[in-house]
Design a protein around this ligand. Structure first.
Ligand SMILES: [Zn+2]
Length: 380
């Protein structure tokens, strides 16, 4: 054990050195004020969310829609890649094997190098498009890169960020994050939900940058939200809740949303997908929630449940004169279902710029509306 007399001079020498460094080394100062930038890209009710660390390393979660929309969505992601001045994507996480999440991958990989392909493992919901992609296309894409099957508790190495997988392949982390783990008061009133086979497999990712925290759980459904968050809240609180399964009501239970205490939620909904009344009610009754930002107006919200237009990033190719007040119910899928309103024109992102002190700014790419949220308390 060193005596306390020995500590004092060392501390002051260290302080002098730090002051000298900050004077003679402006580059270090410049890096210190850089932000974590998150681009929530409009892929029409699919998902594509790009994280850019101050170090310049990047993580993309999902690649938008398949089929005729694949080129459109890959180009929309590339606009964000170029805005962030990236020459590669370091890690691509595909949350699950639905076409609105992996659909633009091959088109994107043809436009920018991808170093590490991360997924939950095999498809568990057989379907021609996903199965063919996994057999023929995907192995070719990662042949010259890295391929990683994610497991809860796995860290994804990104300089400047702490990136942790919290769910994958139906499993959740068992240990609480630092500072988390308290009993979750919302568990007692949880009602189980319905789901298909692939949504609950979603790779969920928690990102920490200094004091700023955010989580993106792909399309994780209610029963898995319960497994992740009950009886103890293993995640703790977050500043920004991303994705929200497009705002679909098979996800977004109070055990998740209310327990996370997000200050901002950013929903990747489509023109007639998500933004459903029950989800909007859960969000707007969530403790400490300040704002919901949406990719689109959703017909399923109507004016009754939508947020003010300045928080909405995208309009329609043929703008409607007025939004109906009442929400509609989603028509049953099938050939007789009327097509959702189309938006193939210019797409705008919602961008989050987070500081290491926990403060962050959210900007609507369409109208330039921007709002800064001051650093929150460490535990809420
Ligand atoms: Zn989806």
């Amino acid at each position: 054990m060193m005596s306390s007399q020995m500590h004092a001079p060392r501390a002051s020498i260290a302080l002098v050195f730090a002051v000298a460094l900050s004077v003679v080394c402006p580059a270090a100062q410049t890096r210190a004020v850089k932000t974590l930038d998150i681009y929530v890209v409009d892929v029409e009710g699919g998902n594509a969310t790009l994280f850019v660390s101050p170090s310049g390393e990047s993580v993309l979660i999902d690649t938008g829609n398949a089929g005729a929309a694949a080129i459109r969505d890959a180009e929309r992601i590339m606009a964000a890649v170029k805005d962030a001045r990236l020459d590669r994507i370091d890690h691509l996480i595909t949350t699950h094997w639905h076409g609105d999440h992996f659909g633009g991958m091959a088109e994107l990989a043809a436009r920018v190098p991808i170093r590490n392909f991360i997924d939950h493992g095999p498809n568990v919901q057989p379907g021609a498009a996903a199965d063919e992609f996994l057999q023929r296309t995907y192995p070719q894409l990662y042949a010259k890169a890295q391929h990683t099957v994610a497991r809860p508790g796995m860290k994804i190495r990104v300089a400047g960020l702490d990136v942790l997988v919290v769910t994958s392949a139906g499993e959740t982390i068992k240990a609480a994050l630092a500072g988390a783990g308290k009993a979750n008061p919302y568990c007692a009133s949880f009602k189980s939900g319905e789901n298909n086979a692939e949504d609950p497999m979603s790779v969920g990712t928690h990102v920490t940058f200094g004091k700023f925290r955010t989580v993106h759980l792909g399309d994780l459904t209610k029963n898995k939200e319960f497994e992740l968050m009950c009886p103890n809240n293993r995640i703790g609180t977050v500043d920004v809740l991303l994705g929200l399964h497009h705002g679909v009501d098979t996800s977004n239970s109070e055990v998740l949303v209310h327990a996370l205490h997000p200050r901002v939620a950013i929903m990747n909904n489509g023109t007639r997908k998500g933004g459903q009344p029950d989800v909007m009610k859960t969000l707007h009754s969530s403790p400490d929630l300040e704002d919901v930002w949406q990719m689109h107006f959703s017909q399923l919200s109507g004016q009754e449940y939508t947020v003010p237009g300045m928080f909405i990033a995208n309009l329609l190719d043929e703008p409607s004169a007025a939004m109906p007040v009442l929400p509609i119910s989603a028509p049953p899928p099938g050939p007789d279902s009327p097509p959702a309103p189309v938006h193939n024109g210019i797409a705008y992102w919602i961008k989050v710029s987070a500081q290491a002190d926990g403060s962050f700014t959210v900007t609507n790419g369409r109208n330039g509306f921007s709002k800064t949220y001051s650093a929150g308390p460490a535990v809420r």
